[in-house]
Design a protein around this ligand. Structure first.
Ligand code: LMR
Length: 396
């Protein structure tokens, strides 16, 4: 039977990471997978996380199963972090949250829920989007389509084209929006554009599905939630997938959430029952450790303050590296204006490099970036930026 199985292609992001690990070139540079690195190239465990883990290990009394939907206190804190403790969605019980294995787990639970309860509805994805988005919906049997997002000529948001496309999406379809730090372009709508998007989406009765994987990596925890706040209107429905891989550095703990906001508390409970149904048939119930870390940090004012400070350090480093990259490109004599990199948000930049140039960077210089030209800016440091800019100059 198995001799007829076709080999699947490597994943466009994690596959590159595997290739990087196997590369024996001591000068190799990994700007592929979206993982934060400090100035010495290390992906650190945050101090607040270490302290939370110390407490958890010493207080742990059981390793029995969690509820299907995860830790109730974690779920409450996730909603508060996204919207603020006083937000009507948090206080009214029309928002329900399930703890999921990472943001990807949240997206897959959302996809299975949508496929079962709203068959035939399409999910609309920004062009471009994270390459795993189409995979996740396809795996759940949902058709996807694209709406314009990136204006290549202006290196900015194709806002007018995006709005025209959203106006024409059939009512009842689902629109996936990146809550902040758009992956892969690093280009986000302004607060005013978010208000217009929210008005359109709700007027046209489209269901917004917000992928919120980078809260705190753009401008700040509240600042990065402006889009979500605009979409969170009285009586309106939405879905939000959260991830704590990046802002807590908990990549390998797989900790995330799916929040569903219904029109009222009764509808929210029915949705919750369906989400639990989906989870039970998939991974049964979530792992405990990552969620317990996030809960411990968010619930303790001192640890929370420490986390916010550490998050600010990560964000400041990324923004500093953006400036460093632009300046070093100029100093190296790269014959192209890369100043737009300094305006983009979050971990990623769309460099404008072509697939051929990306291949050349890898084959000749052992520099790994995603085929779309996406660069993980957090992988750049004082020690490799010179080599990177010289290589980019060569391939241009
Ligand atoms: C990325 O886009 O590089 C990250 O979100 C990691 C991943 O799973 O692809």
């Amino acid at each position: 039977m198995f001799q007829n199985v076709q080999t699947a292609p490597p994943d466009s992001i994690l596959g590159l990471n595997e290739a990087f690990r196997k590369d024996s070139n001591p000068e190799k540079i990994n700007l592929s997978v979206g993982v934060f690195k400090d100035s010495s190239g290390v992906t650190p465990v945050l101090d607040c996380v270490k302290e939370a883990e110390r407490r958890l290990i010493s207080d742990e009394k059981t390793k029995s199963y969690l509820p299907i939907d995860g830790r109730p206190e974690y779920c409450r804190l996730v909603r508060e972090l996204m919207l603020g403790a006083d937000h009507e969605i948090v206080t009214s019980a029309r928002g329900v949250t399930v703890q999921t294995p990472g943001g990807t787990g949240g997206l897959r639970v959302a996809a299975d829920f949508l496929a079962k309860n709203f068959p035939g509805r399409k999910v609309w994805l920004s062009q471009p989007t994270w390459p795993n988005h189409p995979n996740i919906f396809a795996a759940a049997g949902i058709e996807t389509a694209g709406y314009p997002y990136f204006d290549k000529a202006a290196n900015g948001l194709a806002f007018a084209e995006m709005m025209t496309a959203l106006e024409n999406i059939p009512t009842g379809d689902i629109v996936l929006l990146h809550g902040c730090c758009h992956n892969p372009s690093g280009i986000d709508p302004t607060a005013e554009q978010w208000r217009a998007i929210a008005e359109l989406v709700h007027r046209r009765e489209l269901l917004p599905l917000v992928d919120f994987a980078y809260q705190g990596f753009g401008d700040g925890l509240c600042e990065d939630a402006v889009g979500l706040a605009a979409l969170s209107q009285p009586g309106k429905e939405l879905l939000v997938c959260s991830s704590f891989s990046k802002n807590f550095g908990l990549y390998n703990e797989r900790v995330g959430a799916l929040t569903a906001v219904a029109t009222d508390a009764e509808a929210a409970q029915a949705v919750l029952s369906q989400l639990k149904n989906t989870i039970r048939a998939n991974y049964s119930n979530p792992p405990t450790h990552g969620g317990a870390i996030v809960e411990t940090v968010l619930a303790d004012p001192k640890l929370r303050a420490q986390w916010e400070a550490e998050l600010t350090t990560m964000r400041d480093r990324i923004n500093g590296v953006r400036t460093l990259l632009v300046e070093t490109m100029k100093a190296t004599g790269v014959d192209r204006d890369f100043s737009f990199i300094a305006d983009q948000k979050g971990m990623f930049s769309f460099s404008g490099l072509t697939p051929v140039q990306v291949d050349e960077l890898r084959n000749k210089f052992a520099i790994y970036i995603v085929g779309s030209g996406r660069i993980n800016v957090a992988g750049i440091s004082e020690s490799n930026v010179g080599k990177l800019c010289a290589a980019i100059k060569a391939v241009l």
